[in-house]
Design a protein around this ligand. Structure first.
Ligand code: BGC
Ligand code: CA
Length: 346
């Protein structure tokens, strides 16, 4: 008898719970999350991998109580095109937008459109200037701290130079270096360069800058710039600091194309840890890179997308300055490349 009572009580309790969760489920059940993404250019290696990770994160998060659709548009390097894409994504019913700006200084049109529709925007990878982020409180940013990546690249290079005296090939006590820089105006270009160079100097490395070439994050452009530099400086270049892996690989391609033997190759450092970048570290084409945590960024974008639409889970997200999420970089050399290659296979 007693047992039955407990059972009955239990049943009542369960029904109450069920009702509660039903109540929740009703709204949740109807929860349709339409994520609209537009990114600056589909030729970008890092961004393609980041968006692939984002797709995976969203798929993992899709559950009984949420249906997620993802629409991705390539702005092909035109801000005008991107503005139109945002309009189209909103018309098609996106209830959260993820925008990788073409021109990070020109988000006003997009912000106006989103605000009119009441649809929040998560900017990612190309950080709007602080003033624009204040235009509306439905704006967020997910990315990484450019300075940290520059410092880490400088540390990697300094460690290598201290460990290996033969990097200073002409034995003049200075390291002759060139820089391959990303797009002008991108937060990750100049800041990475400055901090890498400052960190080398702070570590007591005497430097001589030969040249800084802009290659817009692009492997082929970097190869061209590097070919020019090599023809100008011959065997003088001892270190290449590239703002990303694709440009570091472009530098390596240039030397390969010119059939330079290993004894006259400079050490080359990248940033990103893209699949091709990691492979190049494993093959010792690059002496090191700095991991740009695309999985972490993708996960943060997915969680934030869900939280913004459902109104749940915002408190679990770690914001800086209320609306920014920055993921940490990490250093990669031959010594720990195995961890990253494995991580990638998983
Ligand atoms: C990455 C580059 C990429 C650029 C695009 C940077 O954070 O390191 O590889 O090309 O973002 O915006
Ligand atoms: Ca030297």
């Amino acid at each position: 008898m007693k047992r039955k009572k407990i059972w009955v009580l239990g049943a009542v309790f369960c029904t109450a719970l069920q009702l509660l969760s039903c109540g929740k489920k009703q709204t949740a059940g109807e929860e349709k999350i339409h994520v609209g993404v537009t990114y600056y250019n589909q030729s970008d290696t890092f961004l393609n991998q980041l968006i692939a990770c984002f797709r995976e994160s969203l798929e993992e998060m899709e559950g009984e109580d949420s249906q997620i659709t993802l629409t991705v548009r390539d702005a092909a390097g035109s801000q005008r095109t991107q503005d139109d894409q945002v309009k189209e994504l909103l018309d098609a019913g996106s209830n959260v937008l993820c925008v990788n700006l073409v021109d990070r200084a020109d988000p006003s049109e997009i912000i106006d459109l989103a605000r009119e529709s009441g649809v929040p925007i998560i900017f990612f990878n190309r950080e709007p200037v602080a003033g624009d982020m204040m235009q509306w409180d439905g704006l967020y940013y997910v990315g990484a701290d450019a300075k940290q990546s520059g410092v880490m690249q400088g540390e990697l290079a300094a460690e290598a130079i201290k460990e290996n005296g033969s990097i200073d090939r002409n034995k003049d006590g200075k390291i002759q270096y060139v820089v391959l820089e990303g797009e002008p105006g991108h937060q990750d270009a100049i800041i990475r360069t400055e901090n890498a160079v400052d960190t080398l100097k702070a570590n007591g490395i005497a430097l001589e800058k030969l040249e800084c070439g802009i290659a817009n994050w692009n492997r082929a452009q970097a190869q061209n710039r590097m070919m020019q530099m090599v023809s100008q400086y011959q065997n003088k270049i001892e270190l290449v600091l590239a703002n990303n892996d694709d440009m570091a690989l472009g530098a390596s391609d240039a030397y390969e194309k010119l059939n330079y033997t290993e004894s006259v190759l400079p050490v080359i450092f990248g940033i990103d840890g893209t699949d091709v970048g990691l492979l190049a570290v494993a093959e010792e084409k690059l002496s090191g890179t700095v991991y740009n945590d695309k999985e972490g960024q993708a996960q943060a974008m997915a969680r934030l997308s869900l939280a913004l639409v459902s109104g749940r889970g915002m408190e679990e997200i770690e914001f800086e300055n209320d609306r920014y999420v920055y993921l940490n970089y990490s250093k990669i050399t031959m010594d720990n490349i195995g961890d990253y290659l494995k991580q990638d296979e998983e």
